[in-house]
Ligand binder design. Structure first.
Ligand SMILES: [Zn+2]
Ligand SMILES: [Zn+2]
Length: 256
């Protein structure tokens, strides 16, 4: 059994064949998919998909790209939606200083606020960090994010960052890009992260692993990431599947 700990099934890329995508995941052994609604127009859709599929759960929050869109209604609306039993985490929240689609100072403010909101809701957080390792770590520490815990998704930091996050009780999630030819540095870091702290994800429709790089990503492909992690850590595919599944069930508090 595998879990895709992070995908975006509500995105238009899956509009035409969502049922087939979910079915293929099941056939590939992907028992659960966590779909992440990153902005207002996607929250209800993500929840709708989760509500209508026993194998899908939702994660809701304001992505750093959308930080500038937060208004008076945003948090009350999220609070309401996050009370659904199908919502298992708050996110993805954090910092993206690579694309800077929202001004950095606003990203910092919204990240802090939303850690507070997640704590209030009693949910773990899913953190997006791109080209902002130092600042992400500083905020996680100063906002005492260890109180809610969660996941650093699409991890791209170094050993120091990984260790600091694990010290705070966070899990580190590895996407399909671990299969890329130029991901040697990332593979070296994964080698040193204990399997007990790892999750695997697709971030579908993005970051499609080899051998499908260039095509749309989908949850069934999470097995290629599991396979690669198994090779890196010199353990069996089954072991990676078993431990990462256990980790995901624990962080999302799924009693199955
Ligand atoms: Zn992300
Ligand atoms: Zn994502």
């Amino acid at each position: 059994m595998l879990i895709d700990s992070h995908a975006h099934l509500e995105m238009p890329d899956f509009k035409k064949d969502l049922e087939a995508v979910i079915q293929r995941a099941k056939e590939s052994g992907v028992e659960y998919i966590f779909t992440v609604g990153t902005e207002k127009k996607d929250w209800k859709r993500a929840l709708e998909i989760a509500d209508s599929h026993p194998s899908v759960y939702a994660i809701l929050g304001v992505h750093p790209h959308n930080a500038k869109e937060v208004d008076d209604q945003t948090y009350p609306m999220l609070k309401k939606l996050c009370r659904s039993e199908k919502v298992k985490a708050y996110g993805e929240i954090g910092l993206d200083f690579f694309r800077n689609l929202s001004p950095p100072n606003i990203q910092l403010k919204r990240f802090r606020e939303q850690i507070g909101l997640a704590k209030e809701l009693g949910l773990p957080i899913v953190v997006h960090d791109r080209e902002a390792h130092q600042q992400t770590l500083e905020i996680l520490k100063s906002e005492k994010a260890e109180a809610c815990g969660g996941i650093i998704h699409c991890f791209s930091g170094d050993d120091e960052m990984a260790n600091a996050c694990m010290d705070m009780g966070f899990y580190i999630s590895i996407p399909g890009s671990i299969t890329f030819k130029n991901a040697e540095r990332c593979r070296e870091i994964v080698k040193r992260i204990p399997l007990e702290s790892l999750l695997i994800e697709t971030d579908a429709p993005f970051l499609t692993p080899e051998p499908f790089r260039g095509k749309r990503n989908e949850p069934s492909y999470v097995r290629y990431t599991a396979q690669r992690v198994a090779e890196i850590k010199k353990v069996t595919f089954e072991k990676v599947a078993e431990v990462t599944t256990k980790n995901a069930l624990r962080v999302y508090r799924l009693n199955v």
